[in-house]
Design a protein. Structure first.
Length: 384
């Protein structure tokens, strides 16, 4: 494991991967102490450690269950529908070790060019609420670096599906849409041979010029562009959370993306909140994207709305999925796949076993032989 972690720390990390409560109570404070109480440094330390721990993750993978009744087909690919959300592994530096555990990966958001993102501190943790606040501003080592990582992943036998989160980012309002589209084309063309699909993320709350991309015309045109360049790949759009009553606007955007050739939607991104809500004295931004437990109602609303408006679409759910019952209810609401970031930051990767167990229990209790059966029923009911 990472040279920055001593022998005892490494052992603790591994214990934390096995036991989520141990991770929460012992390993997380240990990582914070190592990283000088800097939430972003903790994140980087974990990714660096994972990067160097494939051997250990391979050994531990036997402890992670992949029950046959949970396997599903998505766009012709058979997978275990439990994955990592964008942001967790921004540059794809830990794809192989993560693939030892998860059923699919959503690395990124990958940008065409390297970017520093906003000044630090730009990530804060609210431990009591199990939430994170961020104003990262799309830091990315860029496409070239990601290509090295994804080629390495495939070369070493990485076989778990990868859906790259991507975005063309206009830096100013001049020619914003043209610039964004050109970058999207570059990203899709370069990554297509190595990934199973794309998630277009136009929804960073902290990046002003991106606002110009949030029109139905651009949603349709972006889906057309990806379909044109990558006709066999899964094509998704990541959406932001919305309050009750805004469902029509939401389905309007998603509908335009699907009309353009998209397959569906990932819900939900972080929720924009005022900077003064962030529990950090050093916070210098007037807003932040909040993620974690409170997103549950937003996630379930968006999953239900998407499923009822688009019975056949692919719906991927994220946003504070902390326990097995919640994971099961999310599938019942209409999700094809679930993914997470913040819950794993608080409880470690072992949390996945709890989600898997909870979904298996739910299926058994309700008399479904498999998750695919539940999903077929939910889709058939939505189409009536
Ligand atoms: C620090 C941080 C960075 C994130 N970066 C991205 C990103 O680059 N692209 C993206 O689409 N979502 C990003 N997200 C949003 C997550 O993918 C996810 O949608 C959101 O956090 C809600 O899910 P969760 O509660 O499981 O984290 C980020 C979230 C956090 C906390």
């Amino acid at each position: 494991m990472d040279s920055e972690l001593g022998l005892v720390d490494r052992f603790e990390m591994l214990r934390g991967i096995i036991n989520p409560d141990y991770f929460r109570q012992k390993v997380r404070p240990l990582l914070y102490a190592k990283a000088g109480n800097d939430a972003e440094e903790v994140q980087e330390l974990v990714i660096r450690s994972l990067h160097n721990s494939d051997f250990y993750l391979k050994l531990l993978s036997g402890l992670f269950r992949r029950p046959r009744e949970l396997m599903v087909n998505v766009n012709g690919v058979r997978l275990m529908p439990f994955g990592t959300a964008a942001g967790l592994d921004k540059d794809g530096a830990a794809m192989l070790p993560l693939s030892r555990i998860f059923g699919f990966l959503e690395p990124g958001t990958v940008m065409a060019n390297p970017r520093e993102g906003n000044a630090k501190p730009r990530l804060a943790s609210a431990d009591a609420d199990l939430d994170l606040y961020n104003a990262m501003g799309f830091p990315s080592r860029g496409l070239e670096n990601f290509l090295i990582n994804i080629k390495d992943y495939r070369k070493k036998g990485g076989s778990v599906p990868v859906y790259a989160s991507i975005c063309g980012l206009p830096l100013s309002e001049t020619d914003a849409i043209k610039v964004a589209m050109e970058q999207m084309r570059t990203l899709v063309q370069a990554l297509s041979p190595y990934v199973d699909g794309f998630v277009w993320n136009p929804a960073s709350p902290n990046t002003t010029a991106l606002g110009l991309l949030r029109t139905k015309e651009v949603f349709r045109a972006t889906a057309e562009l990806i379909a044109d360049e990558a006709p066999s790949k899964l094509r998704m759009v990541k959406m932001w959370p919305y309050e009750p009553g805004a469902g029509q606007e939401f389905t309007g955007f998603v509908g335009s993306f699907i009309e353009g050739g998209g397959h569906g939607v990932v819900v939900t991104n972080t929720k924009m909140v005022p900077g003064e809500n962030v529990p950090s004295e050093k916070w210098g931004y007037k807003s932040a994207g909040r993620s974690g437990r409170f997103l549950k109602e937003y996630r379930l609303r968006a999953v239900r709305d998407a499923r009822s408006a688009f019975p056949k679409a692919v719906v991927v759910a994220t946003g504070g999925i902390y326990d097995g019952e919640d994971a099961y209810q999310t599938f019942k609401a209409g999700a094809d796949m679930i993914e997470g970031y913040t819950p794993y930051a608080f409880y470690g990767l072992g949390l996945l076993n709890r989600l898997v167990k909870g979904v298996c229990e739910g299926l058994r209790k309700d008399g479904y032989g498999s998750l695919q059966k539940l999903q077929s029923e939910v889709k058939a009911n939505a189409g009536e």
